[in-house]
Design a protein. Structure first.
Length: 214
C-alpha cells in the first residue's frame, strides 16, 4: 500500500480551487506514483515532491489556458499526462466542454492516460501516435512539457498543424539564448511567466509564429 501522505510532503497549494478539484489532483498524484512502479512516468527521485515538481508546475500554466478564446488544448508527448491531465481537472468546473487532446506514442503510457480520463471524467482524446506522422491538426493551444526542444516544437506546429493560436512551453535557465536563437529563423510574439516552482524556469506563451523567408 502507498502512504497517502506522500502527496502532501511538499505543502502543495493551489488558490481558488475547490476541495473536490484538489482531491482529484491528489488522487491523480497517487495514481502516478502507483503506476510508476511498473512504467517510467516520472523520475522516482521526484515522487516525494510530485506536487511541486509535477502537479503544481503543470497547474501554473492555467493562467495562459483559462481564456475565452481557448477551448481545445493539445498536449504533445504527454507521458503521464503532465500538464494535460492537470489542466483537464482544473478546467472541468470552469468550462465543462474544454477539451484536451493527447499525443503519446507509448502504448503503456497511453493506457494510463485513458484510465485517468475515465477516472476523472475528462473531455479528452488519446492518440497513441507519433506526432511527427500527423498532418492537418487543429487546436487552440499546443502545450509541451519535457518533450522536445523549442526548434522541434516550432517545426511540429508549422508542419503538422493546420491551425493553432498559441504554443505554451516550459523553458529553463537558458531561455534567453533559446529564444534569441529561435528569432534567427522564426518570427513570433511571446509572453513570459516566471515559474512558481523553479527559480530558473519560465513558462512562455508563443503567438503569431511564422518562418522567416531566406
Amino acid at each position: 500500500m502507498i502512504d497517502s501522505n506522500i502527496i502532501k510532503t511538499d505543502n502543495f497549494k493551489l488558490s481558488n480551487v475547490s476541495r473536490e478539484t484538489l482531491k482529484e489532483l491528489e488522487d491523480y498524484s497517487t495514481e502516478i506514483i502507483l503506476r510508476n512502479r511498473s512504467i517510467n512516468l516520472i523520475s522516482k527521485s521526484t515522487e516525494k515532491s510530485i506536487n511541486s515538481r509535477h502537479i503544481s508546475d503543470s497547474a501554473q500554466t492555467i493562467d495562459f489556458i483559462d481564456k475565452n478564446d481557448i477551448n481545445i488544448c493539445t498536449d504533445l508527448g504527454s507521458g503521464a499526462g503532465l500538464p494535460g491531465i492537470v489542466l483537464g481537472i482544473l478546467m472541468k468546473p470552469k468550462k465543462p466542454l474544454f477539451k484536451v487532446i493527447f499525443y503519446e506514442k507509448s502504448y503503456h503510457k497511453s493506457i494510463f492516460l485513458k484510465k485517468m480520463i475515465k477516472k476523472f471524467n475528462l473531455n479528452s482524446e488519446i492518440h497513441q501516435k507519433n506526432i511527427f506522422d500527423e498532418k492537418n491538426l487543429r487546436t487552440d493551444v499546443i502545450i509541451s512539457r519535457a518533450f522536445k526542444p523549442l526548434p522541434k516544437i516550432f517545426k511540429i506546429a508549422k508542419n503538422n498543424f493546420k491551425y493553432f493560436k498559441y504554443i505554451i512551453l516550459f523553458l529553463g535557465k537558458s531561455r534567453k539564448k533559446i529564444l534569441d536563437d529561435a528569432f534567427e529563423t522564426w518570427k513570433f510574439d511571446y509572453e513570459e511567466k516566471k515559474s512558481l516552482t523553479n527559480d530558473e524556469s519560465t513558462i512562455v506563451k508563443i503567438s503569431n509564429l511564422e518562418k522567416k523567408e531566406r
